[in-house]
Design a protein around this ligand. Structure first.
Ligand code: KG4
Ligand code: ZN
Length: 344
């Protein structure tokens, strides 16, 4: 079975995975993620140069560990897959240059993989037979996309089309900003979700663009509504109950829009399944609400395991495996170029 070594360093996780693909189903042999959460807690957010320095320190041990744990020698790897973008330039460079170096030393080829494509296909890792066409909601720290995924050849995913995006902040970014307003710890998404679980009072924040006849999102106005509520009512954001109420109200509003627009897209595009991906897809409430809504319209919902929602290299290996089976060819290492603003 051909083997892939995948490397992902687009933001603040240094990740590597070894996987098998081919005629048998795609299988991850081992996946390692070195999280930088503790480092970025000190600055309450990611400082790109600090992230890059941490990637430099971790990349070699992480790749070695994934090879060792999977019991595969580097020389037995067929293709090295690496995230080329989108992401933070200093972070992307570390992974791309490392992959290039490895490939040059071992005379191997490299397959550049789009980070968002990794997220898009991540729902297929544990649901390879998911009925297509599919509507996937990608909700990460930097992006919010609704994507239509068509049926391709040989049961593989076909063409994809971004049918809607955020016009301002990404969903994860909004969670992170609200967390900052409430003085909650980095990373904001999980902190807001944790506080929201104790919420009692719902401030009924606005649901931006909910009824617009498109699939775009906007989270900047919702974030401002939170800010005005706190300032206007002079709320004490150090009070855990205030934190919980604001967090819950924000979460309810954001999830309401995400779920309703995803369901509307699935219906209008006559999708046969729905999926979610990206860091915010780790949110329990979003998972539960989308599950309820998908059941109501009788469509299967694929949700990646938690560790496949936030950044990881298994999803890059999986996207690479799909691309190779679709006929994409790996390239000479010198051809690898990062693209921090890459589109899906
Ligand atoms: O996909 P990801 O790991 O990195 C990017 O590609 O951006 O997504 C990170 C985002 C962050 O904004 C983080 O706060 C958010 O995902 N996130 C969550 C949860 N876990 C992570 N947002 C809401 N609820 C969560 N449980
Ligand atoms: Zn991501």
């Amino acid at each position: 079975m051909p083997k892939i070594l995948a490397i992902e360093t687009s933001c603040d996780e240094t990740a590597a995975a070894v996987a098998e693909y081919g005629d048998k189903p795609f299988r991850v042999l081992d996946s390692v993620v070195a999280s930088q959460i503790k480092i970025h807690m000190a600055t309450n957010g990611v400082v790109p140069e600090v992230a890059a320095r941490a990637h430099i320190q971790k990349i070699s041990p992480v790749v070695k560990e994934s090879l060792k744990k999977s019991g595969v020698d580097l020389e037995d790897i067929d293709v090295i897959a690496v995230t080329y973008g989108p992401g933070l330039a200093p972070s992307l460079l570390v992974g791309a240059e490392f992959a290039k170096g490895l490939a040059l030393a071992e005379s191997k080829k490299v397959l550049p993989v789009n980070h968002m494509l990794g997220h898009l296909y991540s729902a297929l890792i544990s649901n390879p037979k998911l009925p297509l066409p599919n509507i996937n909601l990608i909700v990460s720290g930097g992006h919010t996309h609704l994507v239509y995924l068509a049926t391709g050849k040989k049961g593989l995913p076909g063409k994809y089309k971004v049918i809607g995006s955020t016009v301002d902040d990404a969903a994860g970014e909004a969670f992170d900003k609200v967390a900052k307003m409430l003085g909650l710890a980095y990373p904001g998404g999980p902190s807001v979700a944790k506080a929201a679980a104790h919420g009692k009072k719902d401030y009924a924040f606005p649901r931006p663009m909910l009824n617009d006849k498109n699939y775009d999102f906007s989270f900047s106005g919702l974030k401002t509504a939170v800010l005005y509520k706190i300032a206007g009512e002079k709320l004490n954001v150090r009070d855990p109950q205030v934190q919980a109420d604001i967090a819950m109200s924000f979460e309810n509003a954001a999830i309401d829009v995400l779920v309703k627009k995803t369901i509307r897209a699935a219906k209008e595009y006559k999708a046969k399944s729905i999926s979610i991906s990206g860091g915010v897809a780790a949110n329990q409430k979003l998972r539960a609400e989308l599950d309820k809504a998908a059941k109501k319209i009788g469509l299967p919902l694929a949700i990646p395991a938690f560790e496949l929602c936030t950044d990881n290299a298994s999803m890059i290996a999986n996207a690479a495996a799909i691309m190779l089976r679709q006929g994409y060819k790996p390239v000479e290492p010198e051809k690898i170029k990062i693209d921090p603003a890459a589109d899906l």
